[in-house]
Every structure is written in structure tokens, then in C-alpha cells.
Design a protein around this ligand. Sequence first.
Ligand code: AMP
Ligand code: MG
Length: 330
Amino acid sequence: MDTKILKPDDESLAEAKRIIEGGGLVAFPTETVYGLGANAFNEDAVKSIYLVKGRPQDNPLIVHVHKGYDITRIVCDIPDYALKLAEKFQPGPLTIVLKSKGTVSPVVSCGLDTIGIRVPSHEGAQRFLKAVDLPIAAPSANVSKHVSPVTAQHVYADLNGKIPLILDGGKCSGGIESTVLDCTGEIPCILRSGLITREMIAEVAGDCGVFVPKAGEKVRSPGMKYKHYSPNCRTMLFTYEERAKAVEEYIAQSSAGVKACLMCENSVAKEFDVKDVLLLGENGEQFAANLYDKLREGERCYELIIAVAPNERGGVMAGVMNRLTKACGG
Ligand code: AMP
Ligand code: MG
């Protein structure tokens, strides 16, 4: 199969609509990462997402809709605080998990009785979702466990020949996946951290929990247990306090002939004079926006990425650290 990369315009969106209606897959841009979309009502189409990505069968997909879509067609029992959060953060990088009405294929949620709903703010995503006017089940558009894609070229590198169309909306501005928020309980509870932080949610909803899987307990969001977001090269992760040790490791590896690089924030690169460096920026938003692009650059150009965790904690860095830890093998 030939994989086309097209800018979202009237012609390519008409083609995307034909593909989706025919049960096929289309990769599309969002403000977080690129998604690999299928009609959520079509069970075979949804199953093919798992096949194409090599995704474990117990890792649920998020359902994406345009901002005018009536979500009561697919979910029910929406608590007041969820309405407030949707009003404030959708469109945007927040996925709200609600009780399923049973109209969407159960394959989407791997048999859970809930559905994660997201309304992306990216203009290309909105145009695509509006054109198809269907709920679109979509995980990130990468081979399972690999680094998530933030450009059309990243999608192409992973899925070339496996899907017919990639809509090219440029580089994703957010850079890490949406915050996934369970809204089926008394208070909202973060299942996956992201750009919408616990502080931002608590300000609107009054309170916000963070889900921590306990040993032996059935995980509510099965995706959380896997190694994830990993580059195809060796990685090492040091804390910010251990940054001098990370630099020593870089020097030792380099002198032993290993093509190594240091992945760190700008100030650490300035503090130590390192030649091979992948700069993550100066704050949480920049770290998130750069992380996957730099991990992909790292695997392309080096044998070993030696990462230094950010100095700052909390806020967006909670999501960044979650991805960085998993990228470096958990
Ligand atoms: P991905 O699209 O690859 O970023 O993965 C989507 C993630 O959203 C999954 O790994 C789950 O953690 C989460 N998710 C999606 N739907 C649900 C749901 N119904 N309940 C809990 N978590 C969900
Ligand atoms: Mg993913």
C-alpha cells in the first residue's frame, strides 16, 4: 500500500472521509501527538488499529470528536464537574473518561464500560473530525511502545506502507499525550498526566485525585503498565542531582567508542561543556514540546541516550517525567 502525506485541504479531507467510511485508517495531527484514527462504530476498523500498531489488546483507545459533536450519543451519566471541565479544557489536551452508552464498539475500550473522550483543538484535527462527523477511535500513530510521533515524517517512519493516508498538520505544539481523567467517580482522578495539570483540574472541579496502581489491584487504565515511548537505542536516566555523574558516564562511554549523547535541559548543557547534546529547553512546556522529537533524533544519530531528569517538578513536569521514565525502560 502506498502511504500518501497530504496537507489537510478540501480534497484530502474528502479522501480521508472516504477512507474512514470504508473502514480504513487515517493518521491525523493533533496539538499533542499524531493520532491513528478509525470509525469508532466500526469494529473491524478499530481492530485493524491494534494490528497495524502491534498494540496489546488490553490497552484502550481514546475517542476523538469535533467540538460540535453531541457526546451523549456515545456516553451517559456525565457528572456536573465533568461538564465544567469539558467547558474549560475542551477543545484541548484533556481526555475525559465517562460511562459508555454501549453504542461504540466495545473493542475501543477493551471491554471496559467507559470511554475516553477527547476534543482536539488542532485546526487540522477539527477539520478532519468535522469532515467525517463520526467519533474517531485513535491511539498515537506509532508502532506500539515506540516514541510517539509529533510530525507527519515520524508517522511515515513507523507506518509507511501500512496505512493509506497521513494528514500533515506540521509539528505538534504540545508534544506529549493528553491528560487522561477518570470522571466516573465522586471526584476526577488522573489516570495519565499531561499538559492539563492536577492543579488546573482542581481549580475547576474543586478536587482532583491521581491514580496510583496498588500491587495486586486490577488496573483501571491497562496502558499504564507497559514499557512505552521508547527509542530504538540504549538509554540511561539520571536524576537532576546526579547530573555530574551523567556527564562522567557520557565521557566514559564516548572514550570507549560508544556514540553517546546527553539529553538534558539547557542550563545543564551550559554548566558542563558537552559536545553531543539533545536540548530539552528551559521549562515544562518546552520539555513536553521537545521530548519525543529529541528521543527520535537520539535514536537516529546515537547508540546511547544519557538523559538527565528535569530540576523542576510538578505541573507539566509530572507528565514529562512519566514519559521520560517509561522511555528509559521504566
Ligand atoms: P494512546 O492513545 O496510545 O496515547 O493511549 C491512550 C491511553 O488512554 C491508554 O493507554 C489508556 O491509558 C487511556 N484510556 C483510553 N480510554 C480509556 C478508558 N476508557 N479508561 C481508562 N483509560 C483509558
Ligand atoms: Mg501511544
